[in-house]
Design a protein around this ligand. Structure first.
Ligand SMILES: Nc1nc2c(c(=O)[nH]1)N[C@H]1C(S)=C(S)[C@@H](COP(=O)(O)O)O[C@H]1N2
Ligand SMILES: [Mo]
Length: 536
């Protein structure tokens, strides 16, 4: 009868499981910060692994449902699942202590697998998870002990050196609830303090080095020509011609944004047909004689028709084609052996770009500046690629660290085995910004306006159709360059009733957008953006 394993009631045991798990995450977080390896925390690593392993439809669902909030949604989802399991493991360990360490071991295995398979991880990255597991085990057993029912008085005489208070009164006892609540509360508060403190430390970025806040970009020797008057119609509800950095869409797989120190950053250029391997530094790029400024509209392949994953910025950078030519790279069009340029990022992303496109004379660049500022962390500081006319997933590598020349036959970049096309030229598209879908309007003159884009080709014509009627040419804003989107507007005399307004663009190759609807996967959505409005 006398057993050293005393049982703990389900409720307090579940609480013990939760608090122990919270302390584990907090300690892991603190250890990751102490080791300066902010991405080696198990929660982030498991989240990253989920992102990498998620089948494309699940990812598309996440982007569709949560938009750019897909990451917080994933982390919250992971945390809720973890909390539920922690409570269950706690409750099980309340009945049988061995379930505790067993459950923790299973979690540790998942955490270690996630942490150690991250790109660029080393054995040191196991430490935060292991420290968390040790603390978790300790806190769990300690709290379970504090919440254990004291044996009955009869037993306590024989089995326990310290008679329980209840035992003295000779009744079967509970435990000291106040003491347990105090201990659990203190452990929870300490965990929250440690965890939040550690997060705040990482969020403030590297204390030293070159950051988006203190890097100074030289004035580019080849500035962008001024934007023509009339390129920005400045209409209410219409996207501005330049998208401010803070409003620029962000799409990437990074759960914690890499915060690269530009003073130690470098970019290696190597591979098939590279006669002279090179390692470029940030300073070398800023001092490059060909530093230039160009306006380019960037679009995401995941953008649904009418969506917001498209933005226009004024980039500062070095032409990629001349850097490649300096290394002896020739385009396949000139007999070069490599047809794919694979860029790799600090966080292990791989992006495959056709060498032909990069070297055909378009303004492909290694960008260091965005709208007059160093790149923000979110958009790839210190250096990213931008290639007009290609979707971001096949061109716009952020936090870039490596360029390898290879072939499409020899290597599949990140998104290709996940069901996306290896080649992703931007599809000519147009969007109605105003009026909004579902708007209630007064009858009379209404301005319908939006943007259209066909990067590297140029927008030639935009037409609008109301209620399936004839296509009417809209007025086009002045063109900045063929690489930027173009605003358009049309005055419409609206009669009362419900109306459907559709838009389509024709590019300078004479290609008109198809009405056929296709989803974003595998190579970009098609169809006409259509809004329905109610006119009183
Ligand atoms: N390192 C890295 N670079 C990346 C990505 C990524 O997930 N990781 N996503 C790409 C995709 S899909 C797009 S559309 C663009 C988006 O760039 P932005 O976030 O600056 O708008 O970045 C590209 N570069
Ligand atoms: Mo994208």
């Amino acid at each position: 009868m006398s057993d050293t394993t005393r049982s703990t009631r389900r409720g307090p045991a579940a609480v013990a499981g939760l608090v122990a798990t919270a302390s584990a995450l907090a300690v892991a977080e603190a250890a990751a910060v102490a080791l300066s390896r902010p991405t080696s925390t198990p929660l982030l690593a498991v989240g990253d692994a989920v992102v990498d392993l998620a089948p494309p439809p699940v990812k598309q669902f996440a982007v569709d449902t949560f938009g750019t909030a897909d990451k917080p949604a994933l982390l919250i989802g992971t945390a809720v699942l973890l909390a539920l399991t922690a409570a269950l493991v706690g409750a099980a360990a309340g009945r049988r202590r061995a379930f505790g360490p067993a459950g923790i071991a299973a979690f540790t295995a998942v955490g270690l697998a996630s942490v150690l398979t991250r790109p660029g991880s080393g054995p040191l990255d196991a430490l935060p998870t292991l420290a968390g597991a040790a603390v978790c085990t300790g806190v769990l057993l300690w709290l379970l002990g504090a919440a254990a029912d004291r044996p009955q008085a009869v037993d306590s005489v024989g089995s326990s050196p310290e008679p329980s208070p209840g035992g003295r009164e000779g009744t079967p006892t509970g435990f000291d609830r106040r003491r347990f609540a105090l201990l659990a509360g203190a452990a929870a508060a300490a965990s929250a303090g440690t965890g939040i403190g550690a997060r705040l430390l990482t969020a403030s970025g590297p204390a030293t080095g070159l950051t988006p806040g203190n890097a100074v970009l030289p004035r580019p020797g080849d500035p962008a020509p001024p934007v023509p008057d009339g390129a920005d119609l400045e209409l209410d509800g219409l996207a501005p011609f330049f998208t401010p950095n803070a409003d620029f869409y962000r799409i990437d797989t990074a759960l914690s944004v890499p915060r690269v120190d530009a003073s130690t950053w470098s970019l290696r250029v190597h591979g098939l047909g590279v006669a002279r391997e090179r390692v470029l530094t940030y300073a070398a790029l800023l001092e490059h004689p060909d530093l230039r400024e160009r306006d380019i509209t960037l679009a995401c392949v995941s953008n649904p028709v009418g969506g917001s994953y498209v933005g226009n910025a004024r980039w500062i950078g070095v032409p990629l084609a001349s850097l490649l030519a300096d290394s002896g790279v020739r385009s396949p069009a000139d007999g070069g052996p490599a047809d794919q340029l694979v860029s790799r990022s600090q966080d292990g992303m791989t992006i495959g770009t056709p060498v032909t496109d990069v070297m055909d004379g378009r303004e492909a660049m290694l960008a260091v500046g965005m709208n007059g500022r160093p790149l923000p962390y979110d958009h790839g500081f210190p250096v990213r690629m931008v290639v007009p006319g290609l979707y971001g997933y096949v061109s716009a590598c952020k936090w870039i660290t490596e360029i390898e020349l290879t072939t499409f036959g020899a290597f599949d970049a990140y998104w290709v085995p996940r069901g996306w096309s290896a080649r992703g030229p931007v599809k000519t598209q147009s969007r109605i910004d105003t009026p909004r879908d579902g708007a209630d309007l007064d009858r009379g003159r209404i301005t319908v306006a939006g943007v259209a884009w066909a990067q590297n080709t140029g927008v030639d014509r935009v037409e609008v159709s109301v209620d399936g009627g004839p296509w009417t040419g809209a007025g086009l804003a002045e063109e900045d360059t063929a690489d930027t989107w173009r605003q358009w507007a049309l005055d419409w005399d609206a009669g009362s009733g419900e109306h459907r307004i559709a838009v389509r663009a024709t590019d300078r190759d004479g290609h008109t957008q198809t009405s056929e609807q296709a989803p974003p996967a595998p190579d970009g959505a098609t169809g006409h953006h259509t809004v329905t409005v109610n006119v009183a």
